[in-house]
Design a protein around this ligand. Sequence first.
Ligand code: KIV
Length: 278
Amino acid sequence: MATTRRLTSAAIRARKGTRFAVITAYDAPFARCAEAAGIDVVLVGDSLGMVVLGYDSTTQVDLEDMCRHAAAVARGTARACVIVDMPFGSYETSDADAIRSAIRLVRSGATAVKLEGGVAVASRIAAIVGVGIPVVAHIGVLPQTAAIGAGFRRKGDREMLLADAHAIEAAGAFAVVLEMVDAQIAADVTAAIAIPTIGIGAGAACDAQVLVMHDVLGLYPDAPPFAKRYAEIATVATDALRAYADDVRSGSFPQAPSPTNPAQADVPIYVAATPPSV
Ligand code: KIV
């Protein structure tokens, strides 16, 4: 049986200088939508905490959460490179802990892992890369620690950001997220390193852009100002659910059984051998 090969970290690295889109996903159906839309780099971000699990920051998200949602996204995709965030607390304590956490994420379906920090985590990145696991770095605003002290102000220290970028590249990261970095500095970083930069709120000069799926689809009420909303899915979903509830209340759903009403046929449900297509 022919198997579809997933896009590798090397293939993503080779996209340096070309523009490509990255989107977050947290479950199989939306991951399937992303792939069907031609987006082949999917990030299982720890933004999971806010946009899906209802927490107020990423710090409550743990490794079990990330493994479960990474597995769902992997099951919902065939070709995509699935990058999975290492959650707060899963890599800070030691190289050994970081490697153990990264292995669990790979076993759950991650093609690569992402962790936050620059110079300060360069040796951690090297340790994970050293056991053969591809790593994406994340510099600029670091949401895991921003939430507990450092804050979410846009980053504009050019020398520090360049030092971070060079350190993570030397450590073996194959790409780097630049979050809320001054646009000119993001352009300078993009020109200074040989791995793709993936911007979020960091201007147009990055090699790639990433957005949170729920911001793009209008499913999260507190989207940041730099996010662009392409749909109003929360409104569509609410309207559909209201119509369903109205039908139940009025008695127009379900319909009475009849030979012309196949919805009432006695067939098994949820037993598809292949995942339903979008
Ligand atoms: O958790 C996340 O979704 C992220 C993106 C904002 C880059 O890290």
